[in-house]
Design a protein around this ligand. Structure first.
Ligand SMILES: [Zn+2]
Ligand SMILES: [Zn+2]
Length: 462
């Protein structure tokens, strides 16, 4: 066990900093990397909490991706098997395991670096510190602004409940605010003089709800009111605002759907004689899978010994599994042997083996900014079991288990797998070429166009 890395992860867990505010977490990781001999640049791509650590020189350039942002409303005490906020229930907590993610990628970078150093081999190891995954699209800015232009292969992971190679795609997502401006007036005395921004929001939502019948079944559109214009029914609300997420399976499709939603917003403004501001917020690209890298990662799982657990650890896992309804635990997508996984889910509290997956191009519901990286370089990803089988991401159970020895072992395991995959790629440069050829073939005539316009800079989202 690498106690220093576990301590670093625990520190980041306790800081629980949300997107673009991960100052202490970023500093702690950069300091660690500097001590390890990496050349670190902090504050890249207009993001104070983004960093790049580099060691070595020459080809290949392998870049490990790290995340470290927390989630609002996820404060939770460690090791407690019931909902128990550490501070206020609105405060942030590490509900997605990103405190492990960033450090696990550092572990991989250091292990791979040690291999290059000890064997006097050429090659560049990079660790890219990517802030604001949960909201903020940190990686999209890094991809858009050329921070992977020298990278040959990107590798990453996400803490989870199962040891597996990630496959398939994720949705493109555009996040946008619609701000309507009207004219206030007395809603009883002079309603004819008022122009309601709230009406515009409501009409826009009605329009979009009619659009649903005419979208592809894999498209998703959801909205929230950011401003309803006030609490007084006797005032015609002059200011109101909606936030929309518009998702489709590819960037070009998401852009088309976005344009249709914009037309509906314009229609609502026209109907209500209000003015409309469209404020672009975030854009995430769909993920481009890479089967060559999936195979390399799968081989690495076969080679690296899985962690071993004590009876106390298994009992700990069981105590968390018991907090979650068994019937809600699904078999992971694309499991090669779903019946076997069903048995494991039924009988075990912790996944201790390796789940083989079938390659897939299918688009899962949900989005990640890893998608943008996967458009610019071949990208491979894995999951390791850092939490008991049961509750999934963004749950108090994940926060509670975040500093356990199980979480630490999952982090360390992920580091070994990613390092092993990098070693394999270094030893067999033809695999890198194959991964690149597959990437090229998948993109075809499409070129990467970040969904975030050039003039939109990283910002904190309302
Ligand atoms: Zn998350
Ligand atoms: Zn996450």
């Amino acid at each position: 066990m690498n106690e220093a890395l576990n301590h670093l992860a625990d520190q980041i867990w306790s800081y629980a900093e949300t997107g673009f505010l991960e100052t202490k977490s970023c500093d702690a990781m950069c300091e660690y990397l500097e001590q390890e001999g990496f050349e670190v640049t902090k504050g890249i791509a207009d993001m104070a909490t983004a960093y790049k650590g580099v060691w070595g020189h020459g080809k290949p350039v392998i870049t490990f991706l790290g995340e470290y942002d927390a989630l609002f409303g996820m404060s939770q005490k460690a090791d407690i098997t019931e909902y128990a906020p550490r501070t206020s229930n609105e405060d942030p907590g590490h509900g997605c395991g990103h405190h492990l993610l960033g450090v696990g990628s550092i572990a991989a970078a250091i292990e791979y670096r040690n291999y290059l150093r000890d064997n006097h081999l050429e090659g560049t190891v990079e660790i890219l510190g990517c802030p604001a995954e949960e909201s903020g699209s940190g990686k999209a800015y890094l991809a858009r602004d050329g921070y992977l232009s020298n990278t040959d292969i990107a590798l990453s992971w996400h803490p989870g409940q199962f040891n597996q190679v990630s496959t398939g795609s994720s949705q493109s997502c555009i996040s946008v605010n619609f701000r309507f401006h009207g004219v206030s007036s007395h809603a009883a005395g002079s309603p004819h003089l008022g122009r309601s921004a709230l009406d515009a929001c409501e009409l826009m939502n009605v329009g979009v709800n009619y659009l649903r019948e005419h979208m592809e079944s894999t498209d998703r559109v959801h909205y929230a009111y950011l401003n309803v214009g006030g609490k007084a029914p006797n005032v015609v609300q002059s200011e109101a605002e909606l936030k929309y997420f518009i998702r489709s399976t590819t960037n070009p499709k998401a852009v088309k759907l976005y344009e249709r939603v914009i037309n509906i917003a314009k229609g609502a403004a026209l109907m209500t004689e209000t003015k409309l501001d469209v404020l672009f917020d975030e854009g995430l690209s769909n993920t481009v899978p890479n089967f060559v890298l999936e195979n390399v990662l799968s081989e690495a799982f076969m080679k690296v010994p899985a962690p071993e657990y004590t009876d106390a650890e298994l009992a700990y896992a069981k105590s968390f599994k018991d907090t979650y309804p068994q019937e809600n635990i699904g078999v992971p997508h694309r499991a090669k042997h779903p019946e076997l996984m069903k048995e494991i889910i039924k009988n075990e509290a912790l996944h201790t083996g390796f789940m083989e997956s079938d390659h897939s191009e299918e688009c899962g519901m949900g989005s990640t900014d890893v998608g943008d990286i996967s458009w610019v370089v071949p990208t491979g990803q894995i999951n390791t079991a850092c939490f008991a089988i049961g509750a999934g991401a963004h749950s108090w159970q994940w926060v509670a288990q975040g500093t356990s020895s199980i979480a630490h072992k999952g982090l360390e395991y992920a580091g070994h797998i990613l390092a092993q995959a990098a070693i394999e790629l270094h030893s067999h440069p033809e695999l890198i070429e194959q991964a690149k050829a597959e990437h090229k073939q998948r993109l075809g005539d499409d070129v990467y166009e970040c969904l975030i316009p050039k003039d939109v800079k990283p910002h904190i989202i309302d």
